[in-house]
Design a binder for this molecule. Sequence first.
Ligand code: SF4
Length: 235
Amino acid sequence: MKTGSGRAGQQAARRLRRMHDLLAAAYGPQHWWPAATPLEMILGAYLTQNTAWKAVERSLENLRRAEALTVEGIRALSVDALRVLIQPSGFYQRKAPSIKAFVALLDAEFSGSLEAMAQMPSEALRAKLLALPGVGPETADAILLYALGHAVPMADEYLRRIATRHGLVEGEAKIVRYEHLAALTRAAFAEDSAARRTILYNEFHALTVAVGKAHCGRTARCEGCPLECDLALRS
Ligand code: SF4
């Protein structure tokens, strides 16, 4: 992998940073996450697993109509009632108890307060989230970055495709590990302040989703892509 502190790793980080600048110039501010409150962002992070966002919106609308789009609302629902409301997002048999487990952690360790949870140092909180059922690195980092305002980078399938196709990481897309992509992203924004990094990580993830949807899906449509100029730098 080209994610170390060696020359190749530094060059890959510099190119990734330039990709952010190219995408920001092409697409402008993204204003993510598409949700109104931190809890809505957290629910979205769970519900979007293996599911298109349109389906997530239908589940969130069900919760809104049931007046359950608050910590108190989720707490008051039985797991079965929650399953029914989030059914449009799929995998509701496991997503409902996972969401209830998050609220149980919030109640047990942070008196039900997302603000109190957000105060915990990133590394320790990330470990707590990863210990919950139904939370992998992508969900944990989405919660930390978008709902709780931590300077934590996110990686996803779109970034994996871009990094692999541009030769920023070695190996096939499917075997590039999440933590390597996160490390590469951290290196790309290492010279920014923590406060600025939160904004940059937020925007960069949204921008990679935007270019992924427009150009870099299962098939790469490079012509006219804002990152086309970087392809010549592949080693
Ligand atoms: S579509 Fe082509 S140029 Fe655009 S990000 Fe993907 S590989 Fe790069």
